[in-house]
Design a protein. Structure first.
Length: 331
């Protein structure tokens, strides 16, 4: 291409400009690839020779649109909107990220909420609050129907409703209820089980019906065994009435009440009795634990024998299909 113009006359100037134009067009022809593409540059868009919309090649249009198969951007890519199939990124930053714009969707907002929508209404949300100090899950309803779960880094766990903490579970304890706790249906369910018993139950007042013991003796109310007088009946494992403590006194078979001083027994503490397990093999705990051997009644004495404590570590293996375990003494 001519690098400079040095005309000697007006006709020579016109000739040199004409040659410069031809050289420029020739240069663009070799750079772009064809005369057709040169015409497209002049008419407002540029494309490769194999360009097919949505299929192959590339195109840059004068209407601010372009199309490429793939590309690498080493700097910042900025756009007001767009549609992408799959995004792989180290960090995504935005004011709101949605799974869709439909009635059922999930939204992640810049105020640390993960919102769940159903039928185009907010049904629930998860939030990291107070600079990441705890996690809250709630149903985002009106005060009358509001319910939430709060989880703290310490492991503490709250269940709230109507703005009140109904249940508070520490990392190792259920600490308290602020309301009543009862089954959905009367006289159903159980608190604990043969395999999983509570060690101690503390209460100001315990109300109930029959009170049963491991050897199948029971305490029950007088009216349940047809006794008019108010009191407590004691029944043995054969469901026979063995003792009645009533308003008017103590009742025993044949009217005979034995002298307690004539009964040999062994003195044991509450702590010792809590570790005595007469039917360990039925517990099914699948764990190691310690028991205290039950007192030998042949060594009991009048007035109470001194208990010689014998502790033993055992393992209870829980079966797969029944609540009966296998007892193994640990050596």
């Amino acid at each position: 291409m001519r690098e400079e113009i040095t005309p000697t006359s007006l006709e020579d100037l016109a000739q040199q400009l004409f040659e410069l134009r031809n050289q420029f067009l020739q240069h663009n022809h070799s750079f772009i690839g064809s005369g057709v593409q040169q015409g497209e540059v002049i008419s407002g868009f540029l494309r490769s020779s194999d360009y097919v919309a949505g299929s192959s090649g590339w195109m840059i249009g004068a209407n601010d649109n372009c199309e490429f198969n793939s590309g690498t951007f080493r700097g910042t890519l900025s756009a007001a909107s767009g549609t992408l199939g799959t995004i792989t990124a180290g960090t995504i930053i935005g004011t709101k990220i949605k799974t869709s714009t439909g009635y059922t969707r999930i939204e992640l907002t810049d105020d640390n909420y993960l919102n769940f929508y159903g039928e185009n209404a907010l049904r629930g949300r998860i939030q990291i609050v107070e600079d990441g100090q705890w996690l809250k899950i709630d149903n985002q309803q009106s005060a009358a129907n509001f319910a939430a779960i709060r989880i703290l880094p310490s492991g503490d766990f709250y269940i709230d409703s109507e703005g009140v903490s109904r249940l508070y579970i520490e990392a190792y304890n259920i600490k308290g209820f602020s309301t009543n706790f009862y089954p959905d249906t009367h006289n159903t369910g159980a608190l604990g089980a043969t395999s999983y018993r509570w060690a101690n139950v503390w209460a100001v007042l315990v109300n109930g019906a029959d009170y049963g013991f491991e050897h199948n003796w029971y305490l029950t109310e007088s009216y349940k065994v047809g006794i008019k007088e108010e009191g407590i009946a004691v029944l043995n494992s054969k469901n026979e009435l063995k003792l009645f403590i009533g308003e008017n006194g103590l009742y025993a078979p044949d009217g005979k009440v034995n002298n307690l001083n004539d009964l040999p027994y062994t003195k044991t503490t509450i702590e010792q009795r809590s570790k005595m397990d007469r039917t360990s093999e039925t517990r099914g705990r699948n764990e190691d634990y310690e028991i205290i051997e039950i007192p030998d009644f042949t060594k009991s004495e009048l007035g109470g024998a001194i208990f010689k404590e014998e502790r033993k570590k055992i393992h209870i293996e829980k079966p797969k299909d029944k609540n009966i375990g296998r007892l193994e003494e640990l050596k």
